[in-house]
Design a protein around this ligand. Structure first.
Ligand SMILES: Nc1ncnc2c1ncn2[C@@H]1O[C@H](COP(=O)(O)OP(=O)(O)OP(=O)(O)O)[C@@H](O)[C@H]1O
Length: 462
């Protein structure tokens, strides 16, 4: 029976992919790594298929998300009716390892090592709060940390690409991976840099004729982490340098971890050969945190800071600061500072309201309007709403305009005439055409599909 499932596995997962309309990224990240392993029969004659997956967080995620669909796909393709249970690879391996050894696997990392790798000691998995907005990114980060550089089928996380808005935890997650690797392999040679530093050191190296030293530094590491990679967009020489650095590391099976505000294929200022390489591994997005995650982050920070803040105050902050975790933390720090200044004044709701009033942004509109959609699309493409409304068909404005029309039609009740008036007095047929262009392309162009999904989530995060 297991042989039948194994021999039909490609067909099963293809069925699942189509049935669940999975994006290539989700398919490669979550489905490809699954290995059908064995089948068990219980006393009532029911069958359970055991599927091996790379890690514990992975198991938690796929159990919730795919076990039922997978059972359906197996029955459709093989006519075998079974439950699906996932087992992490390490669970099986760890059963063979004496407990003492497991406990000893984590080594404290010495501060010099942290300093030379440019790591923030506070940014670890232990301090990273996991919620709906970041569980995928977190689970993948753990999988990368457990098998850095692996290019085995099913564990292909190289490069690992994290993207999302400002202050949502990309840097924290990158550092967490690096900490984890060092804790399990203290000799690993790890280097974290901002893309700005990577660029500035390159310019210095050029000026001082020591490119060889620069290259030796970046090409002889086990793990290279470059933050905010979007900033090298439009800068040709450093892109060329990064291309060769990437190839050198990739060929040696060294792990590359990158972050950016957009997914690889949307980094339009980047050379195509870099963009496509960035998409070779896994790309995951971090979203704005939902209310529960915001509360948990504030509680976790408060605890680490040794404070005990009133629940009403924590709720007030979590309700009013929504889109940026750095700002959430900033709000608490501002309250601490104000309390200290006023002779340790109690932090209550009145103090919170008066101190934080400048940080509180007006709510995103509860009703989604065409104006709001245009603002989000323009922001996503780094253009202005005025450009969307203006004449002219230059890219990326033309695509952004088509997407705006498409989303206005999908997410509001506005008529084509009304959308046309709003978008620079365009006539009805132009708007119909824009909507058609996207409707046709979206089924065959997965990159466009992903862009639209990302923008939709920005418009309506929860
Ligand atoms: N899930 C989380 N749990 C706990 N703290 C978090 C979490 N996400 C972010 N933070 C904290 O929020 C702050 C901002 O996070 P970070 O610098 O990692 O964001 P970023 O996405 O890299 O931002 P930028 O785009 O500006 O580089 C940090 O202090 C980080 O520790």
């Amino acid at each position: 029976m297991i042989d039948k499932i194994k021999s039909n596995w490609e067909n099963i997962i293809t069925f699942l992919r189509d049935d669940c309309e999975l994006s290539p990224v989700s398919f490669n990240t979550w489905i490809k790594p699954m290995i059908p392993t064995s089948i068990e029969k219980d006393s009532r004659g029911n069958f359970t298929l055991i599927i091996t997956v790379p890690s514990m967080p992975f198991k938690t995620y796929v159990t919730k998300k795919y076990s039922l669909y997978l059972a359906v796909a197996i029955e459709e393709i093989t006519f075998i009716k079974c439950n699906v249970v996932f087992k992490e690879k390490n669970e099986q391996e760890s059963q063979k390892i004496p407990k003492k050894l497991i406990d000893n696997k984590r080594h404290p990392v010495n501060n010099l090592k942290l300093l030379s790798a440019n790591l923030n000691p506070a940014y670890t998995f232990d301090t990273f709060v996991v919620g709906k907005s970041n569980d995928l990114a977190h689970a993948t980060a753990v999988a990368v940390a457990e098998s850095p550089g692996s290019q085995n089928p099913g564990e292909h996380y190289n490069p690992f690409f994290i993207y999302g808005g400002v202050g949502l935890g990309k840097t924290h997650l990158m550092h967490s991976i690096a900490h984890y690797i060092l804790e399990h392999n203290p000799d690993a040679n790890i280097l974290y840099v901002s893309s700005e530093k990577f660029l500035n050191e390159y310019i210095d190296a050029l000026k001082n004729s020591n490119l060889a030293e620069y290259r030796a530094k970046y090409r002889n590491v086990d793990v290279l982490l470059i933050d905010d990679i979007q900033f090298i967009g439009g800068k040709d020489a450093i892109q060329e340098e990064l291309f060769h650095t990437f190839n050198a590391l990739y060929e040696q099976k060294k792990q590359i971890i990158l972050s950016s505000d957009k997914p690889p294929m949307e980094l339009k200022n980047l050379e195509e050969r870099l963009r496509s390489r960035f998409a070779w591994g896994v790309a995951v997005e971090i979203f704005s945190p939902d209310f529960e995650t915001r509360m948990a982050i504030l509680r976790s920070k408060e605890e680490r800071d040794g404070k005990n803040i009133d629940n009403e105050v924590i709720q007030f902050i979590a309700t009013n600061i929504k889109s940026n975790i750095r700002m959430l933390e900033g709000a608490l720090n501002k309250l601490y500072a104000m309390s200290r200044l006023n002779k340790n004044q109690e932090i209550d709701i009145d103090l919170a309201k008066s101190v934080l009033k400048d940080m509180i942004t007006p709510d995103a509109p509860t009703k989604i309007t065409s104006e709001y959609i245009a603002t989000v699309v323009a922001d996503h493409f780094n253009i202005t709403v005025a450009e969307l409304k203006a004449k002219g068909r230059k890219e990326p404005v033309a695509t952004a305009r088509h997407i705006t029309v498409y989303l206005c039609r999908k997410m509001t009740n506005d008529t084509q005439t009304k959308i046309g008036q709003f978008l620079g007095d365009r006539d009805h047929s132009t708007i119909v055409n824009s909507e058609d262009v996207i409707t046709k392309r979206i089924t065959s162009d997965s990159e466009l599909n992903q862009t639209i999904e990302t923008i939709k989530k920005k418009i309506s995060p929860q």
